[in-house]
Design a binder for this molecule. Structure first.
Ligand SMILES: Nc1ncnc2c1ncn2[C@@H]1O[C@H](COP(=O)(O)OP(=O)(O)OP(=O)(O)O)[C@@H](O)[C@H]1O
Ligand SMILES: [Mg+2]
Length: 420
């Protein structure tokens, strides 16, 4: 049966469980200058931080632990935002600040346009139950309740009538592939299955944002990979917004649309895997990617340079000789012939134009120059560079010349990967 979780929430429940309303791609969760300092004198620690003192020094001098330090970020509706960092870098604290399981020392958390700081305990409880469901590493299931009851429980505390909550729970259970396990106790399930129940329980309330703290870390690799695929499917089919904490770079790359890297309580860089790989803010970020085969993340779109003066705007019927001087003057080894809309027609060299003489430019086109699209990766580019001596023209979706990737750049990138 094909249905989405939005449909899975029974009509009566919809009024109580407001479904995610933010438009895809808009900011749904915004964090501004958020800090958490544990210890006796957070104000003093904050003042020392402002003066530029490091986290360890602050700890030594004041006994305060700066767990999260002035973090600002925005999560967009429908994305999986991964927070990565070494142990102790503040990931769990940050995610608990998002739903105020931990009170911030300073800063703001704005969910769907509403600041959660001034909310009453009651309102906050509502937010946690309905808007920001959390999936924990330890599953946190009720041991004496069946799988179905565990899922329904979250809806029960949200005040959903019994018939409705069991209907929703059953549908969500099917959704995570455990339709026939509703009567089992958590202890009768494998770790992976228990985590699916944890996921189903969070999804049942149709939250605006799903918070997942190392949710797959306790699972063995095969099950873990399955769960990652499951999550990607949910995100794709239902535009789920997910904040996912991980310290595994492979996992972060696989599921993260964007990744935020935390170090000593600070968020030091946010970007897509490709952005972080190409322009890491420092060695800490670079080190995360050191043992990863990143060729597949390096795309032609980020390696190209403009054709510049090598661009020859003319028709294929114009005489080759009319373009020869232009190309020689440009100093380029190749010219890229494009029509007046920018559509790529082919590649020429001074030699091929010279040879064609007064014949049409069409006669001067090189037969063996392969082009790629913007999303070609380094592996594909390297394979082409092995076979052709000319740089590689890159075309956009409508066949226009977006730029050129030089063989030299391809070689450089391949060499850099080898060294790392
Ligand atoms: N309740 C607390 N009281 C005092 N210090 C705390 C508390 N909770 C966390 N910390 C400290 O804050 C820092 C960040 O901890 P946090 O649990 O957020 O890190 P993490 O990035 O999630 O680490 P891990 O990858 O090991 O889960 C750590 O140095 C930790 O000791
Ligand atoms: Mg943690």
């Amino acid at each position: 049966m094909a249905y989405t979780l939005k449909e899975a929430v029974a009509p009566g429940a919809v009024t109580q469980l407001a479904p995610p309303q933010s438009t895809y791609g808009s900011d749904i969760l915004t964090v501004k200058n958020l800090s958490k300092i544990f210890g006796p004198k957070p104000e003093r620690a904050a003042a020392l931080l402002k003066q530029g003192m490091g986290r360890n020094e602050v700890l030594e001098q004041t006994g305060n632990m700066v767990a999260v330090n002035n973090v600002s970020l925005s999560v967009r509706a429908g994305e999986i935002f991964v927070i990565m960092g070494l142990s102790g870098s503040g990931k769990s604290t940050l995610v608990r600040l998002l739903n105020r399981l931990i009170e911030p020392t300073s800063g703001q958390v704005i969910l769907e346009g509403r600041d959660i700081a001034p909310m009453s305990t009651l309102e906050l409880r509502e937010v946690r139950r309905k808007k920001m469901a959390m999936v924990f590493q330890s599953f946190a299931l009720l041991p004496n309740r069946t799988v179905l009851d565990n899922i329904a429980y979250g809806l029960e505390v949200a005040g959903i009538p019994k018939a409705e909550r069991y209907e929703v729970a059953r549908k969500v259970l099917v959704r995570v592939g455990l339709g026939s396990y509703e009567k089992f106790l958590p202890s009768e399930l494998s770790g992976g299955m228990q985590q699916r129940v944890g996921l189903a329980r969070a999804l049942a309330v149709n939250p605006s944002v799903l918070l997942m703290d190392e949710a797959f870390s306790a699972l063995d690799p095969l099950i873990r990979s399955e769960m990652q695929n499951e999550l990607l499917r949910l995100q794709k089919e239902e535009q789920r917004t997910i904040v996912f904490i991980s310290h595994d770079i492979e996992e972060a790359i696989k599921i993260g649309g964007r990744i935020g890297i935390m170090k000593d309580g600070s968020l030091i860089q946010v970007g897509t895997p490709a952005e972080l790989i190409q322009s890491p803010a420092d060695d800490y970020v670079r080190d995360f990617f050191r043992n990863v085969d990143i060729s597949r993340f390096l795309k032609a779109s980020s390696m190209l340079s403009p054709a510049g003066r090598a661009l020859l705007n003319c028709t294929l019927a114009s005489p080759a000789s009319s373009q020869l001087n232009r190309l020689i003057d440009s100093g380029a080894e190749c010219g890229y012939v494009c029509d007046d809309t920018g559509r790529y027609l082919g590649c020429v060299t001074p030699a091929s134009l010279h040879q064609a003489g007064d014949a049409a430019v069409a006669e001067a086109l090189l037969a063996d120059v392969r082009t790629v699209t913007l999303d070609a990766d380094l592996n594909q580019l390297a394979a082409i560079a092995l076979e052709q001596e000319h740089d590689v023209p890159v075309l956009d979706g409508s066949g226009k010349l977006a730029g050129v990737v030089s063989c030299r750049n391809i070689l450089k990138q391949v060499m850099e990967r080898r060294q790392s």
